[in-house]
Write a protein that binds this ligand. Structure first.
Ligand code: CMP
Length: 136
């Protein structure tokens, strides 16, 4: 079944010039790009994006990190795109969870700066795509 998911290359990934690496892995997997936008996000969008983490001890850290520099936002499409992208990205903790061969497993060390984001369910994908790309 064709699905869409929201992908972010976070400020650490853009600063480390890994945008091409991430897009290349998406395309090599066979997924397609529907929308791409490099932008710096404000606190309001960041807080809405991370609403489920509101109240957690790392929430403020999360907001200041994601607003600290440009991010690449993308809508990615393909069969089982949500799970496929999560496989490419690797688990949230780049050392304990992400496996070698994944973006986080190969290229990141810290949970707080783990390079990329992906929607975790069809409901999240729908919500996040509407939030980041309201005109799509
Ligand atoms: P992401 O997939 O963008 O969704 C929520 C983010 O919170 C997650 O990636 C991590 O970068 C971040 N995160 C999760 N747990 C922690 C933590 N304990 N400390 C700092 N950041 C965290």
């Amino acid at each position: 079944m064709t699905e869409r998911t929201l992908v972010l290359v976070k400020p650490d990934g853009v600063a480390r010039k890994l945008v091409g690496e991430v897009v290349s892995r998406i395309e090599r997997k066979g997924l397609g790009l529907v929308a791409l936008d490099l932008r710096t996000v404000d606190r309001e969008l960041a807080a809405q994006h991370y609403a489920e983490h509101d109240g957690k001890p790392f929430f403020e850290e999360l907001l200041s990190f994601i607003t600290s520099g440009p991010v690449l936002a993308a809508v990615v499409e393909g069969p089982r795109a949500i799970a496929a992208w999560r496989q490419i990205a690797g688990g949230t903790d780049p050392v304990e969870k992400a496996t070698p061969g994944s973006i986080r497993g190969d290229l990141a060390l810290e949970t707080g700066s783990n390079l990329v984001h992906g929607s975790d369910s069809p409901e999240s994908a729908d919500r996040e795509i509407k939030l980041w790309f309201p005109n799509l």
